[in-house]
Write a protein that binds this ligand. Sequence first.
Ligand code: GLC
Ligand code: CA
Length: 547
Amino acid sequence: MKTRWYKDAVIYQIYPRSFCDGNGDGIGDIRGIVSKLDYIKSLGVDAVWLSPVYKSPNDDNGYDISDYRDIMDEFGTLDDWKEMVKGMHERGIKLIMDLVVNHTSDEHKWFIESRKNNSEYRDYYIWQKGRGKNGKKPPNNWKSSFVGPAWEYDKESGEWYLHLFSKKQPDLNWDNPKVRQEVADICNYWFDLGVDGFRCDVITYISKKEGYPNGSASYTVGPHYHEYIHELNERSFSKYDSMTVGEAIGITPDNATESIDESVGEMDTVFSFDHMQIDYKYGFLPAKFNLVKYKNILARWQSLPKTCQPTIYLENHDQPRCLPRFVGDYKDKREKAGMSLATAMMFLRATPYIYQGQEIGMTNCHFEEEEFKDIASLRVFELVKKICPILMPYVKKVMNRRARDHARTPMQWSADKYAGFSTAEPWMKVNPNYKEINVEDSEKREDSLLNYYRKAIRYRKGNEVIIKGGFELVYPEDKRIFAYMREYNGKKILVIANYKNKTVKFRVPEKLLYTDCKLVLSNYADAPQKLDNMTLREYEALVYELD
Ligand code: GLC
Ligand code: CA
């Protein structure tokens, strides 16, 4: 049944609220996506991962779902959605939907029922008595990812409910078999409507340790995690030629085979976070990017057995843009830097994900305090103002590097008003650099980053060395260059990417000197055709086939 098509797939992520507004109300929507299907096709990608479009009160922009079987009004109707899937499939593009089932919205009918003490839905969620005298302290020390305790007191019943995210996102109780069946039914409902897979939101949080002991280890890849995913796979994923990718905090190269080896029957792939944490300290404060660490983390994932498929991404809707993070001060070489990052990423043994706008080199945006929209940012400001207002200027600075808002500014389609995203004022600030950075302009220039992504995707497609080959870092300790070899059945490719805005010497490893080679991709017009010791120019990127 499973063709495992994702091994040779490139996936494009759409954050619908910020992609394209089809009806002029300032909010991206499904008709907007439909109007851009030819553009998506032109990239050469095989699938789209669409962030949630289900009914939602939008406390966390759709990651709080109040009805899993219908579409959010702002985004359109189920008929619009059907037209979108049809349009994708006609173009040979598959659709991966977001599956947010660690929690629902507090406006979901299950939770509304669950609040009533004697309801049959009570046990759909996690209700606990509080600690201390009168139970006025939360049941344990778990923290919400959006600041503050992960428990909310409910006056009526005198109990607390768990929410690992906002208090409008109560956690489902996966220990209840009815909940697990509901989730499988939801998946099958969408599979039957034509979806090709799911991206499973914070999926490693679904199983909580019995008795809810203190500490986040009690809910990260918890005691029944494998059992529950295996069951979901049996009831749903395995019945379709589907693919799944789990947002998998706690799954590392050391334990990944237990989750994603093809023989396991759980999820096909996972998103990991280790390579995204290098430029942070204490998990939060910005720190210097360390290329050596970065390469070694990716190399660990590359070394997994062939029956485990890694993923690679540089951006998504929760991360700031990759350019300001990974390549230093790129000055006027923004696109060259983007090409260097694209080169290092696109030829790994992994399923690459490209986030909307990454292909044209969108950047972070400067936000004044009132311009931040993301619940995570707002909660941080709220807390700092309460406990230590003097820190606000510093925190604003940090958030201007780190906030999820950076990924959520409207997609820059053209130099027209509102970046061609909408005819009305968008829900979220447009990055003022849209006049220089936009799709229309990128289309006009053969040497744009956009066209470079297209070439890289084309070269990757169907290329066995890239899809199946072995991986070896070249100069793992080099702080400036990301270079690696891939090899399959005697065929080899050498990938070289200069991460610096300066010239850097590259010595060709002894064993490769003067081998016959063919330059297949480069980001400077007059790149060296022959593999010899060379001086790489600023952000120069090269891919050679070797014999
Ligand atoms: C995931 C999503 C993020 C969301 C959170 C809660 O991390 O990617 O956007 O806020 O889960 O659903
Ligand atoms: Ca709209």
